[in-house]
Design a protein around this ligand. Structure first.
Ligand code: SF4
Length: 237
């Protein structure tokens, strides 16, 4: 699996390869079970039921790093943050920031396009309770690392959505940028900012989960501030 990720020569190749990954038995079983049983509201739809690739142009200057696809969102539609409430919040914010051509993301063929931005997950398969194990995180890391390596020429800023994504970034520093991660690791927080040399700036942002957005822990204004800062640091107009 590591070798297959490393061999990907471009994003299309990587996206195709990751879609056919079966390396984590628990997650393979879960993604396929969810796709078979379905949620009642989507019972007439064919679920994707496979790993979910990143989304966005290959010359992105801003990366958005999430946790993992949602069982009835990305695992259903085949596109990250598509078809669930988290995506509704995220893409509305990206549209306000001028980084998405529309505010909604409902299906893989809905015409959504991103500008200067690519979204990818730390773990590419939907996990039970949104909680991958450390072993699953580590098994999936080569896909993330190769994706970052492929967009490295333009990537300037990474927005980590939540503590899991924030923690998943440090091994990228070592494997892609040949940099030793800082010790101790900077703590995650909303608005946290870490700057390295010759690596993208890292911004922390609360995850766009319903748990955060429904409770007001993460507001649209807070997201707008993060993306304005990301654009500024990345030199995006
Ligand atoms: S989580 Fe990652 S490594 Fe595991 S099966 Fe899915 S794509 Fe493969």
């Amino acid at each position: 699996m590591v070798a297959r990720a490393a061999r990907a020569t471009d994003l299309a190749d990587l996206d195709g390869a990751v879609s056919n990954c079966f390396a984590c038995p628990r997650l393979v079983a879960w993604r396929e079970e969810v796709a078979r049983v379905k949620r009642a509201a989507f019972r007439d739809q064919d679920y994707w039921g496979r790993p979910v690739p990143g989304f966005g142009p290959p010359d992105a200057r801003i990366g958005i790093l999430g946790l993992a696809p949602a069982a009835h969102g990305g695992n259903r539609t085949g596109r990250i943050f598509t078809g669930d409430r988290s995506g509704d919040v995220l893409f509305a914010a990206l549209h306000r920031a001028g980084l998405a051509n529309q505010a909604t993301s409902v299906s893989a063929d809905d015409g959504l396009a991103l500008r200067d931005t690519r979204i990818f997950a730390s773990v590419r398969c939907a996990p039970p309770d949104n909680k991958p194990t450390p072993a699953e995180r580590d098994t999936c890391a080569p896909w993330l690392h190769r994706e970052v390596a492929l967009i490295r020429p333009t990537l300037r800023v990474v927005v980590a959505l939540g503590a899991f994504a924030w923690a998943a970034w440090w091994p990228v520093l070592r494997d892609v940028y040949a940099q030793r991660p800082p010790t101790p690791r900077p703590a995650f927080g909303h608005g946290a900012h870490w700057s390295g040399t010759a690596a993208p700036e890292l911004l922390g942002c609360y995850h766009v989960s319903q748990q955060n957005t429904f409770t007001g822990r993460l507001t649209p204004a807070m997201l707008d501030d993060v993306f304005a800062r990301a654009k500024d640091l990345a030199g995006v107009d």
